[in-house]
Structures are given as C-alpha cells and as structure tokens.
Design a protein around this ligand. Structure first.
Ligand code: HEM
Length: 464
C-alpha cells in the first residue's frame, strides 16, 4: 500500500527526444505519452518534424490562452475530423467557423436537457442500477473469504455513463447488451483510429484501417439509429420536447430555416452520446483506481458523505456540498485528462516565441502536459486532491486546469459530467470499500482518443 499522496503510474519520460523510427514504434505499440522526454513537461513551445509536416507542442500558458482563446484564427486542425468522422461525421465537435456557429445555434437549445437539476433524477436512477449490478457481482459465489471480489470497473463505468446520457437523449434505458456492444466497438475504434492517424503522419498507406474504423462507427451508431428513425417517423404533439432527440428534431438552421437531415441528426446524436459518456467513464475509472490505493481517504470521504446526507439518500443539493469528492474528481481529471490533446491550426502564418508557424500547420495543446508542468503545479505527478484547498492550488485550478478545454470551444457538458461523476463516486464510496489487488501490476495509461487504461481497472470491491 502506498503512502498518500503517492505518484500514480505514468510513462517514465525518456532521457532525450526520440528519433523518427523509435517514435513510430512507440506510437504504434504504446502511445504518444511514451514518446515524451523529460523536457517536454517544461518547455514552452516544442516542434517535431514528421514526414507529413511539423507539429508544434504549445505548453506555455500565455500561448495556450492565445490559441484556445481565438477559435476564429486558430480553428481545429483537420486531424480532428480525420480521427472522428467515422463515428460522429461532421458534427459540432469537429466543424469550424461559420458552419460551427450555425450548428451550435441549432444544438444549443437541446442542451437545456443537460441542465443539472433537470438531469439529476436520471443520473440518480442510472446510478442506483449500477450499484445493483456491482452488488450482484460482489455477492456471487466467486467472492473471497473476506467478501471481496476482483472486478474490472471499466465496463461498469462505461455502462452507467452511457446509460445516463442515453436516458437524457432518448428517455429510455440502455440495456446490458447494447452497453457491451458500445464498450467493445468504441474500445477497438480507439486503437484503430490512433494507428490510422500515425500512418497518416508518416505518409504511409492505411492498410484497411479506415474501412475498419467506418465499420466500428456503424456498429455504435446502430445502437441508437433505430430509435431516431422510429421517433422521426412517428411525430408527436406540437411543443412536446421530452429530451435531446425531440429538441434536435425541431432544430432549424439560423439562416436557411432547414432542419437536420436524418444523417446529420445521427451525427450530432453520435457526438453527444460519445462525448457525453466515454470521457466521464474513463475519468471515473481513474478516480476509483486512485481511491483504491488510499483506504484512509475512502474513510474520510465516506464520513463526509454521511455527514452531508445525514445517512439518507443523496439528493441534488447534497452533491454540491461534497467538497472532498469534488476534489478527488478534479485531481483525477488533472492527472488523467480524458482528452489528452487538443489539435489546432492557424489560418495565417504567425510568430510564436522564436518560431514561425505556417498557415495550416499542426499545433497541439495538451492538457496532459499543461496539468503536469511543474511551472503550473507543485509536485505535478503526485495524487493530492487536497491541493485544491490551498491558495496556490485554487489559482492553478483557474489558470492551468483544462480537462474541458478553454475558450469558445470549451466542453458544453462540463457541469453535467462533474455532477454525474460526484454522484457516482459518492454512491460507490458509500456502498463499497475498494482495494488494489495485491501483486497485480498498476494500470498503464495509453493515449487513444481518450486516455485509457491498457488493460482495464481491476479492483477488489467489498460491500460495506
Ligand atoms: C469528464 C467528461 C468530459 C470531458 C473531459 C470533456 C472534454 C471536452 C473537451 C476537452 C472539449 C473541447 C475539445 C477541444 O477544444 O478541442 C469538449 C467539447 C465538447 N464536449 Fe465534452 N467532455 C466531457 C463530457 C461531456 C459531456 C457529458 C457532454 C454532453 C452532455 C459533452 C459534450 C461536448 C460537446 C458537444 C463538445 C463540443 C463543443 C463545441 O466545440 O462547440 N462533453 N469536451
């Protein structure tokens, strides 16, 4: 067992910048996190020459502000489209400029359904079902003598977060079979898309990965496409808007007045579905892993939850008062930001520090680096949720905590995700003690579309 705070796993930085071939090997077999050398965590602006062009790593906070704060001149790089289009088409996450502004105007009214108070009962119901699934796993005959059982919490977190967003979008629950299908298909898509991207950066042929990505995209979209088609065909009473799907069916383009085609509608829904669960699921997995290493923190948070609720059910107001749980989740998002890098480009040539960045070149802002930079955070690799209670930590939270991005393109679902995560974590802490299984290797972090554990999160769960 570790002393807390402790340094949770991250790839050991290389002694020096790797060459092109080593870089390719590491990117293919591991991920870009394994290509980082020590100086990458402190440099202000790095540049790497790749066969497809240069990549600038923007790490200095003033430059980060400049790039993320000006979406008109620093739009998303086309790599975002290339990596995500088989899943989410040309939806609001991917588009730029006027097209993005029009799409945002069309989807914004749908986000009233993610209003925190309104969404809370759906989150609470999905969380209750998740606790039921966890209890069933722990209570079955494979539990050890002390009533514990090793469980991979990764698919459980995917199921509950996908269920929450499914209920918010479609007003129906997500079944076990569909949840499993999404978990497997999106898991495979993450590896396929990362490798396809690496091949593009090296100007190598795609070896059929593009086709595989499209097939996997179809498999995820097939989970909900029938619901969309049935609802679109059925019609409903004027003004009745139960959920996100109803609101998007009514959305009209601000200039042309035309609604989404069925294909465009499925793109936007696929985006909201994926952005709305995968990121939250993976960060919850990391938070539970971190907690499993710190039994005394579990007891402290358990006491906080009992004090706030008085032993009764957790309601909307209680979740806002769980400061310790909120700090735990913030720290998990700092150490393992689900979106590891944000690709941008410049619409005109610009000078940044001593470098000239050409129009169209690739710039990357990496929450992983910003949030582990010792210039921004004390002991940046340590797990220390209480850091947010100090004046320096509170300042860094405002300046250099960017798991949801920054500026105009900041995540629409940040409040939704944080409320949902606090509720799920609190219910898990209330119901179970977590332990990291003795003798097992620590989870390894790999960067795909989101920062994933290489082999899931196997933890011992014991019912309280
Ligand atoms: C822990 C959970 C989440 C994380 C870490 C996260 C992270 C992010 C980040 C970093 C961006 C900006 C990307 C960029 O600037 O390139 C983003 C955008 C977005 N997120 Fe999230 N997100 C989360 C949860 C959610 C949820 C729950 C929803 C929906 C309910 C959502 C919907 C969106 C949408 C629609 C955008 C695109 C906004 C735009 O460009 O106009 N996200 N998210």
């Amino acid at each position: 067992m570790h002393e807390c705070p402790f340094i949770p796993p991250y790839p050991a930085p290389l002694a020096q910048k790797p060459g092109l071939i080593r870089r390719f090997y590491l990117g293919w077999c591991k991920s870009w996190l394994d290509m980082l050398h020590g100086r990458a965590y402190t440099m202000k602006l790095g540049v790497t020459q790749l066969p497809a062009g240069r990549a600038f790593m923007v790490n200095d906070m003033a430059l980060v502000e400049r790039v993320l704060g000006d979406a008109a001149h620093f739009p998303k790089h086309r790599m975002v489209h290339d990596m995500l289009a088989p899943m989410i088409g040309n939806s609001v996450f991917v588009s730029n400029g006027e097209e993005w502004a029009h799409q945002r105007a069309m989807v914004n009214p749908a986000f009233v359904h993610t209003n925190l108070k309104r969404a809370f009962p759906l989150m609470a119901a999905a969380t209750r079902d998740m606790i039921g699934r966890m209890r069933a796993l722990v209570n079955n005959s494979r539990a050890d003598a002390a009533g514990g059982r090793v469980v991979n919490v990764d698919p459980l977190m995917t199921h509950v977060t996908a269920d929450v967003i499914f209920r918010t979008i479609f007003s129906v629950e997500l079944g076990e079979a569909e949840a499993g299908a999404v978990y497997r298909a999106f898991g495979e898509y993450q590896t396929v898309s990362q490798r396809a991207h690496l091949l593009r950066l090296y100007r190598l042929p795609g070896f059929g990965l593009g086709r595989r990505a499209r097939r996997l995209g179809q498999r995820v979209r097939a989970v909900f496409a029938p619901i969309v088609e049935a609802r679109a065909a059925k019609g409903r009473a004027a003004g009745e808007r139960r959920d996100i799907l109803d609101a998007l069916l009514d959305a009209r383009h601000p200039v042309s007045g035309v609604g989404f085609t069925t294909g465009e509608l499925v793109d936007q829904l696929a985006l909201i579905f994926l952005a709305g669960h995968e990121t939250t699921a993976t960060s919850l997995g990391w938070a539970l892993y971190l907690l499993s290493e710190c039994p005394e923190m579990q007891e402290r948070l358990h006491a906080e939850i009992e004090a706030v609720t008085g032993g009764g059910p957790l309601d909307y107001e209680h979740v806002k008062a769980l400061d310790g749980v909120r700090n735990l989740y913030r720290e998990a998002l700092r150490l393992y930001p689900p979106v590891g890098f944000l690709p941008r480009t410049s619409d005109t040539p610009v000078t940044m520090r001593d470098k000239r960045v050409g129009a169209g070149e690739l710039m990357l802002v990496a929450p992983w680096l910003v949030q582990r930079n010792p210039g921004n955070w004390a002991c940046p690799h340590a797990f220390a949720p209480d850091r947010f209670n100090t004046p320096e930590g509170a300042e860094a939270l405002k300046e250099a905590w960017i798991p949801f991005g920054k500026g105009e393109r900041i995540c629409i679902g940040a409040g939704f995700a944080q409320q949902e995560a606090a509720l799920i974590l609190a219910e898990v802490i209330r119901n179970f003690r977590l332990e990291f299984p003795a003798g097992r290797p620590r989870p390894q972090v790999v960067a795909r579309l989101t920062l994933r554990p290489r082999d899931g999160f196997e933890l011992v769960l014991r019912a309280r």
